[in-house]
Ligand binder design. Sequence first.
Ligand SMILES: [Zn+2]
Length: 82
Amino acid sequence: MEYAEQECHSPKMIEIEEMTKVMLKQRSELEITLKDINNKLSNLKLKHIEACGDIGHDLHTEREQGPYGERFTYCSRCAYSS
Ligand SMILES: [Zn+2]
């Protein structure tokens, strides 16, 4: 059995496969961390908009470029738009 495994997987291959497993695990953990950071950033953006709304948004209305340009309103201090 051991002989067959060695025949199929050289020590070099086994080392590479182990390293690949370690890297895949690290990547998976980092992806979870990144997702968590993105969620926190989204929440902070909403809180920033709310906090700005508390003191009153600094709203500006403009018309989009082009023949059917629609009007859009945005705040100059935060990410609020409508
Ligand atoms: Zn605002």
